[in-house]
Design a protein around this ligand. Structure first.
Ligand SMILES: Cc1cc2nc3c(=O)[nH]c(=O)nc-3n(C[C@H](O)[C@H](O)[C@H](O)COP(=O)(O)OP(=O)(O)OC[C@H]3O[C@@H](n4cnc5c(N)ncnc54)[C@H](O)[C@@H]3O)c2cc1C
Length: 290
């Protein structure tokens, strides 16, 4: 099987423009599982394009002027655990900490997690709550797509054949963020349910994202808006009744299924519990800094 090793975004873009049968390979932690299980099949004329030598894909840039953290698609889980990402986007770091094992976190990338388009993608859930945007690149130029609109079904995303994810742009915001997931055991586990909450004390808004409870990661829009308007941001507090309404709205936005990992009923229950805990934890932390 032929393998190409482009060394720059320019070389990669040109290659994807010229070759019509290409398969992108980053850390291989999803790709190889698919190949071994037979869900990914390669044709003899497929060209595997190894992304690991494209230096621009591994860059981390903090732009305080534009208030944005830019992460190349090839940034690995282990890199997400360290500064500046852990300080600017702690919920993404918390999500990264829950992924697989040390070996998986050393090889797997955020771009691969996004492109796999699994509703259980821990990084995806955090990035939806963070209101992050993707820069998709091809020889036709660049376009931006919200992470919340990138996956359209399990294992399906909006990438065109010759496009790749170049980077993820994460808005820098003051406030609090958290990610929490439930699995069938404590480590090396795909989530049964996952929730990311971002409380922005700059814009007085809340974003709640739900993983593993629908065909794609869900932005719980109604619950987010209700929380944003009912939280008293001056004292970082919400009434018990309003918090219960947020919890019920979160559950209502989930569309889980029964499968080998859990039941739909448990998943709905779980996202409510996780959302409540995260909002309480966030508001308690914000109150301490008033
Ligand atoms: C044992 C094990 C445990 C795991 N645990 C978790 C977990 O707890 N949580 C979780 O979310 N995931 C988990 N995963 C899944 C996996 O590690 C992640 O989804 C990982 O981030 C995929 O990245 P990668 O670089 O390995 O992608 P690859 O396997 O190389 O690629 C995955 C897909 O993305 C495409 N792709 C890669 N980069 C790009 C790009 N820049 N542009 C366009 N397409 C691209 C590839 O063509 C391929 O289709 C686990 C996997 C294993 C094997």
């Amino acid at each position: 099987m032929p393998v190409a090793h482009p060394r720059s975004i320019g070389e990669l873009t040109e290659l994807l423009d010229e070759e019509s049968h290409t398969v992108l390979l980053a850390g291989g932690t999803d790709f190889m599982v698919g190949l071994n299980h037979g869900s990914t099949r390669l044709a003899p004329d497929d060209l595997i394009v190894d992304l690991r030598l494209v230096a621009e894909l591994s860059t981390v840039e903090v732009d305080y002027q534009q208030q944005v953290l830019r992460l190349g698609a090839g940034v690995r889980w282990d890199d997400l655990l360290t500064a500046p990402i852990a300080e600017i986007a702690p919920c993404l770091s918390q999500a990264a900490r829950t992924v697989g094992s040390h070996q998986i976190r050393t090889a797997g990338t955020i771009g691969g997690n996004l492109a796999t388009a699994s509703p259980a993608g821990d990084g995806v859930c955090a990035l939806v709550a963070l209101d992050a945007t993707l820069v998709l690149t091809s020889s036709r130029g660049q376009r931006t797509v919200a992470v919340s609109e990138f996956a359209i079904a399990p294992k399906k995303n909006v990438l065109e054949r010759d496009e790749f994810i170049e980077r993820v742009d994460i808005p820098i915001t003051e406030g609090w963020q958290g990610y929490s997931k439930i699995g069938t055991r404590n480590a090396m586990v795909i989530s049964v349910a996952g929730v990311a909450v971002v409380l922005s004390s700059e814009s007085n808004t809340c974003r709640i994202a739900l993983g593993s409870v629908g065909p794609t990661v869900i932005l719980s829009t109604e619950a987010s808006q209700f929380a944003g308007t009912t939280i008293n941001w001056e004292i970082a507090s919400i009434t018990s009744a309003d918090l219960e309404t947020v919890v019920e709205m979160t559950r209502a936005s989930a569309t889980p299924i029964d499968d080998h990992r859990s039941t739909a009923a448990y998943r709905k229950h779980a996202v409510g519990v996780l959302t409540k805990r995260l909002i309480e934890q966030g508001l308690t932390t914000l109150r301490k800094s008033l």
